[in-house]
Structures are given as structure tokens and as C-alpha cells.
Design a protein around this ligand. Structure first.
Ligand code: KIV
Ligand code: NA
Length: 270
């Protein structure tokens, strides 16, 4: 397989081939996901919950993100992996100034990431532009943004109702104009994410709990393997069911996203 690149991802989006993404936090699982044909791996700050046992992503530091990004990248190098690697900028590492965001993003890029992800809209637009102008591909993240869970009042659906959906739409278009090549939409109504996917022609939407109308889908690896410590979010499917290996489960995820059978309509009630 040829390495997944930004032009390839853009081409997939244009042709309507669904983009597959899973989280990865270590070398072995990254290599397994690569062998299963996953297009993109996200070194998500969900590792705070999954690996560190934290109750939210707020406690994750840049140094921890660097450590896990290096581990994932080394795992891919071992198997001559072709997967596109995105690393999350953690809480507090991009808020203070565009310059701090650039310094933090540089740490993750030098750890081997191909792209960084940051949460939120509005004030982040100028930060995204600053990074993209300096050659750092950026993935944005709107809807339920876990780093702001305390301000949002819990892990709940976002962008519901006319005012909220219009604000999210405005933020998404501004992020695309700033150069964001990807946009994660987390727990937003399926109608809204489908509309945005249609409108954003230069930015690939990646949904999680956002219906089937996005350009791609992402899941937390532990959720789709059925080993989540808490209660599984409603939009998750356990891909281990009927499979005899982690690699087969990941391949089943890839197949289900590519053929449109995941997510199905019953997997989101908003
Ligand atoms: O950290 C993470 O795993 C994420 C995904 C849920 C999109 O940001
Ligand atoms: Na994240």
C-alpha cells in the first residue's frame, strides 16, 4: 500500500471513499491497525482515560502526547506502515498564543506525527491558519470537545437547534478557510454533519457519534474492541463480535465503514 498522504485523503473525500480512523497509543496496536488497512491513526488525548486512568482528557500533558506519538510512529516504522498519523494537541498546549501552539505542534511533528489536531472553533481559527501557513497540517475538532467538558456541562450532544447548529457551521467554514484539511465532528446531529460534509469541499469531515453522512469515521480503539472500562457510548459497535483476532476486528471496522454499514441509523438517537 502506498503511504496515505494529504492529497490521497483529499482524493478519497472527493471520490466518496470513506476514510477510516482509529485511535492508537502504542507501537504494537499501531502496527496491527496498519496491517488491518486503517487509513489514519489518531494518537488521541483519550489516552488519558484509556492508558492513564484519568477521568477526563484535561490532565494529559504535551510530554505524554510526545511519548505515545513516538511509540506509535516507531511501531509503524517497524512494519513499514503506510498509515497517516495525527496527534492531539493536549489541554493548555495551544490556548495561550499562536506561538505556543506552534511550539507544541513542533514537538508532536518531531515525534513523527503527520498532522496535529486541536479542539474548538472561533478563536482557534487564527491558530490553525498560523500552523498551516508554517507547513503543519491541521485537523480541527468541533461538537463535543472533551477538553472543555467542564464548560459544556458533560459529555452530551452538541449543535442541536438552529442557533447552535448555525454557530457550528460558521466555525467549520472558517476552519476550512484557515486551512484545516480535516475536521472531527463528535456527537452532533447526523443531519448537521451530513450538510457540513456537503459544504466543506476542501476539508474531510470525520464523524464519531455524528451519523453516517461524514467523509470518514473514527472510533477509540478500546471501544471498538469491547474493552472500554466505563459504559460504552451508544454510537460504538463492538467489532470483536464474531472475530477471532484484534486485526480481524479492525479489518471488519474498515470494511464496515468503507461499505457504509457502519454506523447504522440506530447508532445515534440525535
Ligand atoms: O482523543 C480522541 O480519541 C479523540 C477522538 C475521539 C476523535 O479526539
Ligand atoms: Na482527543
Amino acid at each position: 500500500r502506498k503511504p496515505v498522504s494529504l492529497p490521497r485523503l483529499h482524493d478519497m473525500r472527493t471520490r466518496g471513499e470513506k476514510i477510516t480512523m482509529l485511535t492508537a497509543y502504542d507501537a504494537t496496536f499501531a502496527a496491527v491497525a496498519d496491517a488491518a488497512g486503517v487509513d489514519c491513526l489518531l494518537v488521541g488525548d483519550s489516552l488519558g482515560m484509556v492508558c492513564q486512568g484519568l477521568s477526563s482528557t484535561v490532565g494529559v500533558t504535551l510530554d505524554t502526547m510526545r511519548y505515545h506519538t513516538e511509540s506509535v510512529v516507531r511501531g509503524l516504522q517497524r512494519v513499514q506502515g503506510t498509515t497517516w498519523v495525527i496527534a492531539d494537541l493536549p489541554f493548555g498546549s495551544y490556548h495561550e498564543s499562536r506561538e505556543l501552539a506552534l511550539r507544541s505542534a513542533s514537538v508532536l511533528m518531531q515525534a513523527g506525527a503527520h498532522m496535529v489536531k486541536l479542539e474548538g472553533g472561533g478563536w482557534t481559527t487564527e491558530t490553525v491558519r498560523f500552523l498551516v501557513e508554517r507547513g503543519i497540517p491541521v485537523c480541527a475538532h468541533l461538537g463535543l470537545t472533551p477538553q472543555t467538558v467542564h464548560a459544556l456541562g458533560g459529555y452530551r450532544v452538541q449543535g442541536r437547534g438552529d442557533a447552535a447548529s448555525e454557530r457550528l457551521r460558521t466555525e467549520a467554514l472558517a476552519l476550512q478557510d484557515a486551512g484545516a484539511a480535516m475536521l472531527v465532528l463528535e456527537m452532533v446531529p447526523a443531519t448537521l454533519s451530513a450538510q457540513l460534509t456537503h459544504e466543506l469541499t476542501r476539508c474531510a469531515t470525520i464523524g464519531i457519534g455524528a451519523g453516517k453522512g461524514t467523509a470518514g469515521q473514527v472510533l477509540v480503539m478500546h471501544d471498538m474492541l469491547g474493552i472500554n472500562l466505563g459504559k460504552n457510548p451508544k454510537f460504538v459497535r463492538n467489532f470483536m463480535t464474531g472475530q477471532d483476532s484484534v486485526r480481524a476486528a479492525m479489518a471488519a471496522f474498515v470494511a464496515a465503514v468503507k461499505d457504509g454499514s457502519f454506523p447504522d441509523d440506530s447508532l445515534h438517537a440525535w
